[in-house]
Design a protein around this ligand. Structure first.
Ligand SMILES: NC(=O)c1ccc[n+]([C@@H]2O[C@H](COP(=O)([O-])OP(=O)(O)OC[C@H]3O[C@@H](n4cnc5c(N)ncnc54)[C@H](O)[C@@H]3O)[C@@H](O)[C@H]2O)c1
Ligand SMILES: N[C@H](CO)Cc1c[nH]c[nH+]1
Ligand SMILES: [Zn+2]
Length: 435
């Protein structure tokens, strides 16, 4: 079911081109989401409702969820789920609070300072997926860093659910209520991203949209970047595991399946130098998938072009492969896992050793699970407090400090053939360059 890629011998120069990746990529989905986003831009809420009917099979009267429905969901939440969510929030808050930035003032010259001021965005739209699975945990992962960053206005959107009267899933509403967020919308997919980007009669536009989603959500974010700020693209989930012969095939297979469970486009990749482990994991996958609840979805994900077992000559080559792949989640299941993990350069998050599986990070480690996918981990980070902040330089120079800088500014302005720049300084000194 899962394919093998044999890279023993020597690694190809362009490693990325031989590694598994999904066939339906974000680029291909752009053409599908473009008309949806344009429609929302021109027709607002009516378009959001229409695309919700088309893709989610729900006829909405309004997209905004009544506030009492949000509070009712919390009152009716299973106590065990409430307890787990509360602990997840506590751990995530501890980690994200530690990410807060303080303003830094640097004295550049006597009388001249630059302060970097960290300012939260005014309003953020938070996307919580809800197609194949529903994700109250993603409410926590979006809302906690936004709150810790000090964002004033937070709105959550999640797909309307046919089985719940067109509202988002009750566990999502309950998680919003637990976190004190009561502006919630019942919209998913590209139409939800466009709603935040352009604003509608019901939903004021947001400055930034964050959150994970399927390939259509990722494509809409890529398309509307600029109209609205976005976090890193967090599309269909990926797990890569770098393992040697010391790894336990039962645990490795279970971890691959845990992420394949998300989506038919989810990616599960094992990189190993042990043929024996590869064979044992293949056998385990067969046995465990047969027992899984979402057997069809998992089977399709594991059999897809985006998943595979990559054979390499040793852990050093394995590290080159996982760095080239730049997975959203990377598990290290080798002897001396911490030392190997310390050498990883490209991954959304790294999970070290057998007691730090990705599923722990999905819910309760305290780390954020909204992470870059599709190879974006080589240039982007997961969601954090920083995602919601802008660094603004505040420049303060007194007369003497400006006088001291003038000759050099004039020289550089002349070199760029932009003399008016220099003139703006000279005007403060009666057009003389101060000596
Ligand atoms: N990277 C991360 O941090 C992270 C975290 C959690 C979940 N995820 C991923 O989020 C995704 C959730 O996907 P999902 O589908 O369950 O929920 P989703 O909310 O992302 O997508 C559902 C929406 O997709 C739209 N849609 C469905 N089919 C469409 C089509 N053919 N054309 C246009 N729009 C269409 C619908 O409007 C629907 O509301 C999974 O891929 C999961 O792996 C990623
Ligand atoms: N693995 C997903 C992407 O990081 C997050 C998640 C939420 N619930 C379960 N898993
Ligand atoms: Zn997961």
């Amino acid at each position: 079911m899962i394919s093998r890629i044999d890279l023993r011998g020597s690694l190809p120069g362009d490693l990325r081109s031989v590694l598994p990746r999904a066939e339906l990529d974000v680029e291909a989905a752009l053409d599908k989401v473009r008309p949806i986003c344009e429609d929302v831009r021109h027709r607002g809420s009516a378009a959001v409702r229409e695309h919700t009917s088309r893709f989610d099979g729900v006829e909405l009267e309004r997209v905004r969820v009544p506030v009492d429905a949000v509070h009712r969901a919390l009152a009716e939440l299973d106590p065990a789920v409430r307890d787990a969510l509360e602990e997840s929030i506590r751990r995530a808050r501890a980690v994200h609070r530690a990410q807060r930035r303080t303003d830094v003032t640097t004295q550049v010259v006597p009388g001249g300072t630059v302060t970097e001021r960290w300012v939260p965005v005014d309003r953020v739209g938070l996307y919580v997926p809800g197609g194949r699975a529903v994700y109250p945990s993603s409410v926590v992962m979006n809302v906690v860093p936004a709150q810790e960053a000090g964002v004033g206005s937070l709105a959550v959107t999640s797909p309307a659910q046919k089985d719940f009267g067109g509202l988002p899933h009750p566990s999502i509403l309950a998680a919003c209520a637990l976190l004190g967020v009561d502006e919630v919308y019942a919209a998913g997919g590209a139409q939800a991203i466009a709603m935040f980007a352009y604003g509608t009669e019901e939903c004021p536009r947001a400055d930034l949209v964050t959150g994970p989603g399927n390939v259509y959500v990722a494509a809409a974010k890529r398309l509307l970047k600029g109209v609205i700020g976005i976090d890193a693209e967090a599309g269909p989930t990926e797990i890569a595991i770098l393992a040697d012969g010391t790894a336990d095939p039962v645990e490795v297979a279970a971890d691959l399946i845990s992420q394949a469970e998300h989506d038919t486009l989810a990616a599960a990749v094992l990189v190993t130098d042990s043929v024996r482990l590869a064979e044992d994991v293949e056998a385990e996958l067969k046995a465990q998938v047969a027992r899984a609840r979402h057997v069809e979805r998992i089977t399709e994900a594991l059999a897809g072009r985006q998943s595979g077992i990559v054979l390499v000559d040793g852990v050093d080559d394995g590290l080159k492969v996982v760095d080239a792949y730049a997975a959203e989640h990377l598990e290290i299941q080798t002897a001396d896992a911490a030392a190997v993990a310390a050498r990883v350069r490209n991954a959304g998050a790294v999970f070290v050793g057998r007691y730090a599986p990705v599923s722990l990070g999905d819910y309760l480690a305290g780390s954020n699970h909204v992470l870059p996918t599709g190879g974006c981990a080589c240039h982007s980070s997961g969601l954090s407090v920083q995602s919601f902040l802008r660094g603004v330089h505040v420049v303060e120079y007194d007369r003497d400090a400006l006088a001291e800088a003038t000759a050099r500014v004039v020289a550089l302005a002349e070199a760029e053939d932009l003399p008016a720049h220099g003139a703006a300084l000279k005007a403060r000194f009666d057009w003389e360059i101060p000596s």
